[in-house]
Write a protein that binds this ligand. Structure first.
Ligand code: MG
Length: 422
């Protein structure tokens, strides 16, 4: 199964979903997805000469070959590894199709075929879209469809509003209603942002939470807990915003509401800062979406003392993701993978989750993307049903194909779309 071509396409959704297509000399096609980064497809196309003509089944060797090639430009993390992760997933998909087996068979088989999904939520409905440098944008297809009206209002409401617009108290009712609606969709676990822009914020950069801000975040968590009752798990995400001391005070304030985890309390660069929080937080600390290798996760676990590992398989790649999960299992730590992908990355992640004994729940960040389900071909009904993905033994590879016609309608126009003229 020799690699004959590698093509890319970018779908403009709530994030840039970068899809890699590997074409082989046996007419088997594999799809993979990378976590977004500015200039990402350029990197993928620059890596391509390393792979053309290679046996696409030698995945670990090819992965290492690409890492070595990027060693001096950042192979410890970031864009090079995002590119490799998407290519690697496409190779796994192609290889599993070549063998005519579902992907989970290649990673040791399934502990479960029903994969629990947790929903990332905002305070309100409506698509909030960010560019590859995380600035708000209006996707071009939205302006075509006349959906731009109130876009910024929707976006900023979804993220709690800009500081200068955040003079009104946070709308607890909106959080409660949103949580209830997502519970009604069948999800048994939800996640909300804890870094809510608000009128009490004294300084945008010093990472210190005012007492009133802590109270406000706790009141959001309380409203969500009251809305969903005790049979739904709730996690909150701090996006690395806080100092250890502020994060600990926040954790103590939200402790009564029985959280599944508190995510990314402190900046990802300092394991010592993280360790201060994990030592004193009464709420379990999850982190990992900005870490890439088993060595980095070893440090997070041993020195950082995290309670839940949250790797993103569109960054780590599937094989390193499995090794990270094995490492976490060595320390009896559950794995709750981060995921902001289209159905391609989500299905690849779901297959890997099937093979991880210590798997907790897989993120879904696309509940507000109107065409998320439309992008999948070869699947009967919705992929995520009642908060779970049920893997199908009969479907080889990741279990779905990309609906390229649908993807084309939502493509990024300034990017190649596989081999089509755009
Ligand atoms: Mg996060």
């Amino acid at each position: 199964m020799k690699i004959s071509d590698i093509q890319t396409a970018v779908i403009e959704a709530n994030y840039d979903w970068t899809i890699v297509k590997v074409i082989t000399d046996e007419d088997i096609i594999g799809y993979g997805e990378c976590f977004f980064a500015p200039g990402l497809t350029k990197v993928i196309h620059e890596l391509k000469p390393l792979l053309i003509g290679e046996d696409g089944r030698d995945i670990d060797r090819l992965r290492l070959l690409m890492r070595e090639a990027g060693a001096t430009s950042g192979a410890g993390g970031g864009i090079i590894l995002h590119a490799i992760a998407g290519i690697e997933t496409a190779l796994w998909d192609a290889y599993a199709k070549w063998l005519d087996v579902p992907l989970f068979r290649l990673f040791g088989g399934a502990f479960r075929k029903r994969i629990r999904i947790y929903a990332d939520c905002h305070a309100s409905e409506g698509l909030a879209s960010l560019s590859s440098i995380c600035t708000p944008r209006i996707p071009w297809w939205m302006s075509r469809s006349g959906e731009t009206e109130n876009f910024y209002e929707i976006h900023f409401r979804a993220h709690g509003g800009l500081k200068e617009e955040a003079q009104e108290p946070v709308n607890l009712q909106a959080y409660a209603e949103r949580a209830k609606r997502v519970k009604e969709m069948g999800y048994t676990a939800l996640k909300f942002d804890a870094d809510i822009p608000n009128a009490y914020m004294r300084d945008e950069f010093n990472r210190c939470l005012d007492k009133l801000e802590v109270n406000l975040i706790a009141s959001v968590v309380e409203a969500v807990r009251k809305a969903v009752g005790d049979d739904v798990d709730i996690a909150i995400d701090c996006h690395w915003r806080f100092s250890p001391e502020s994060a600990i005070r926040l954790a103590e304030a939200v402790y009564p509401f029985n959280l599944l985890w508190l995510e990314d309390p402190t900046p990802p660069d300092s394991i010592d800062a993280l360790a201060q929080v994990t030592r004193r937080s009464p709420v379990p600390i999850a982190t990992g979406e900005n870490h890439y290798t088993r060595q980095q996760f070893y440090d997070l676990i041993v020195r950082g003392g995290i309670q839940i590992a949250a790797p993103d398989f569109q960054k780590t790649g599937l094989l390193e993701g499995k090794r990270i999960a094995d490492l976490a299992e060595t320390f009896v730590i559950p794995v709750a993978p981060h995921n902001i992908s289209s159905p391609i990355g989500t299905m690849a992640s779901a297959h890997l989750c099937a093979t991880i004994p210590n798997f907790l729940a897989l993120e879904h960040h696309g509940i507000d993307v109107p065409f998320w389900e439309e992008l999948a071909l070869g699947w009967d009904g919705p992929i995520i049903r009642d908060g779970y993905i049920e893997l199908d033994e009969e479907k080889p590879g990741i279990g779905i194909e990309l609906n390229e016609d649908a993807a084309y309608r939502y493509r990024r126009k300034d990017e190649p779309f596989f081999d089509r003229l755009v």
